[in-house]
Ligand binder design. Structure first.
Ligand code: SF4
Length: 103
């Protein structure tokens, strides 16, 4: 079976290799900061962290921890990318922001 998502045409084969397959889904949809940090620790050693994060960003997933990033961090990444694209279009040098060091 082809493991891409038929509805979106996206390759989702990476999902089968995520560390989260060994944990209940609720772990990745925490209700507080302690839970967010626990989920991010699991993601930290995940072999598919990058495609997971890109998937969540592309799909504008609002809830949960994906690719080691909280909802807030993903919003910041998207904002940072929008600003970088705008700066590049204007011929400016975009400011590189490490959203993972921001709280
Ligand atoms: S990065 Fe986190 S949420 Fe994504 S597949 Fe890995 S463990 Fe699951």
């Amino acid at each position: 079976m082809n493991s891409s998502d038929v509805s979106t045409g996206m390759d989702t084969t990476w999902m089968a290799h995520g560390n989260c397959n060994n944990h209940p889904p609720s772990v990745f949809f925490p209700s507080d900061g302690v839970g967010v940090e626990a989920a991010k620790k699991i993601c930290a050693t995940c072999p598919v962290k990058e495609p997971c994060l890109e998937h969540a960003l592309e799909q504008r997933v609002d809830h949960g921890v994906w690719g080691g990033a909280s909802e807030r961090q993903r919003r910041r990444i998207l904002k940072s990318r929008r600003l970088a694209a705008r700066a590049a279009a204007a011929g400016e040098t975009p400011v590189d922001i490490d959203v993972f060091t921001l709280r």
